[in-house]
Design a binder for this molecule. Structure first.
Ligand code: UDP
Length: 241
């Protein structure tokens, strides 16, 4: 075991973009393997980790239904949830390949490939030192995996929701569009909402605010960052009360 962990239990939200190469879509096992190495280093600290997988590298329900008149919006969202299962299976094999014990639990029943999400069973896996990969979001359409991550954080009693993104925190404006955008090292939920900052979807923010679950937004692309985040090192932006 390395340094004593700062957090006992964390929810790590991996957006779909962490499963593919930059500006590409689909799955790159090179990227998935890299992120798995990071997760392994976190697992070795003894921190319990449950990962909520996004699916935007394959399909986002809202976008897909907007460009495809023939599809019902809810069908498109279910397709998005299935995309998260594809990512979860890729992540599972990448982790197991390097000796990290895992379980995939899906919010949509899929007995052939994953256990159903059952809170108490999930907690048991975490206590036994397994990384639990949570797939299919909430199982219901019209929300995103950000909301799923916030709900699971509450259900599983996580100390923090860690959102791994391609930017290194929360900015006053989109840093890709405005080079003068300022990064916050900490910010309140209220300010995120009133300034309409793009941290997570509003439902997820409201949920975390109501139940006092801090959110850490940080860059997954920088090697060692997931471990730093779990060790409580000052990276990214912390969103709190
Ligand atoms: N989704 C859904 N219900 C959920 C979670 C996700 O309908 O509880 C669908 C939704 O269409 C979403 C897609 O799954 O766009 C993929 O998830 P998300 O967009 O959150 O992935 P990310 O942006 O993190 O890659």
């Amino acid at each position: 075991m390395s340094e004593k962990p700062h957090f006992h239990r964390v929810i790590l939200k991996l957006s779909g973009e962490s499963f593919c190469r930059e500006r590409e879509s689909g799955i790159s096992m090179t990227e998935v393997s890299e992120i798995s190495e990071e997760i392994k280093s976190v697992h070795e600290t003894g921190t319990q980790v449950a990962i909520v997988c996004g699916g935007g590298n394959i399909l986002r329900g809202k976008q897909f239904s907007e460009v495809s008149a023939a599809i019902h919006a809810s069908t498109a969202h279910y397709m998005g949830m299935l995309a998260t299962v594809i990512n979860a299976l890729a992540l599972q094999d990448a982790l197991e390949n390097i000796g990290v014990p895992t379980r995939v639990q899906s919010a949509i029943r899929m007995e052939g490939v994953a256990e159903p999400f059952i809170r108490r069973r999930c907690l048991r896996h975490l206590e036994k030192g397994r990384v639990v990969i949570l797939a299919a979001g909430t199982g219901s359409p019209f929300v995103t995996t950000d909301t799923a991550a916030a709900l699971r954080a509450r259900e599983l009693g996580a100390d923090i929701l860690m959102k791994a993104t391609k930017v290194d925190g929360v900015y006053s404006e989109d840093p890709e569009k405005n080079e003068h955008a300022v990064r916050y090292s900490e910010i309140t939920f209220q300010n995120v909402l009133s300034q309409n900052l793009q941290v997570m979807d509003a439902q997820a923010i409201h949920h975390c605010m109501e139940h006092n679950i801090p959110i850490l937004v940080f860059n997954f692309g920088q090697s060692g960052n997931i471990l730093r985040a779990v060790q409580g090192k000052k990276i990214g932006t912390i969103v709190e009360k």
